[in-house]
Design a protein. Structure first.
Length: 189
């Protein structure tokens, strides 16, 4: 009888701990969702620009950079795998024209076995604190000026709701390509 009482007490204590952990998790989630909603228009503006002005570029002569964005660790479910599988579809039969810039440890681990030679750069620790413009500009400056980057695609998970996401891509060009594009002549500057 004493053993049963102890077991019931232990189960109720675990239930209390689980309830408090759920409350903390919900508070963190709401804060992250609020930050995402506030920051999303900035990313949509860049995507909208490229959607309205599809630039043409001969990609046979250049290295194409692929940026799969995943986390370093944690329980993200299928998100990192789906992002990496989508990024893998961007490779044609010959992956030598491509370079991988893995944003997050999970993408590096995914490509390590069969595409190790294409992994050009790995950037870890992005989700440990709230990202800032300074972080993004440091990465962009390195990619633009320390590599032979001309054209690339960011592959990321687009948050839709608590239960789901969809994998999307964002096309990137160097500022020189954008400025010299014939499509940009439509605008009055």
């Amino acid at each position: 009888l004493k053993h049963i009482k102890d077991h019931i007490r232990a189960v109720s204590n675990i239930k209390k701990i689980t309830t408090s952990m759920k409350m903390v998790s919900a508070a963190k989630y709401l804060k992250a969702e609020k930050n995402l909603i506030n920051a999303r228009p900035l990313g949509l503006a860049a995507k909208h620009f490229y959607d309205l002005n599809p630039l043409t570029l001969d990609t046979k002569q250049i290295k194409i950079f692929i940026f799969p964005v995943t986390s370093d660790r944690g329980l993200c479910g299928s998100m990192p795998v789906r992002i990496c599988k989508y990024a893998r579809t961007l490779f044609p039969d010959d992956p030598n024209n491509y370079r991988l810039v893995c944003l997050g440890e999970k993408s590096r681990l995914h490509f390590l076995l069969d595409l190790k030679e294409q992994i050009y750069l790995v950037i870890n620790g992005l989700g440990h604190r709230i990202p800032t413009f300074l972080d993004a500009s440091a990465m962009a400056t390195y990619i633009l000026y320390e590599t032979d980057f001309i054209y690339g695609k960011i592959v990321y998970g687009h948050y839709t709701n608590v239960m789901g996401f969809e994998v999307r891509e964002l096309v990137l060009y160097t500022p020189t390509i954008v400025i010299n594009a014939r499509e940009l002549d439509k605008y009055d500057i």
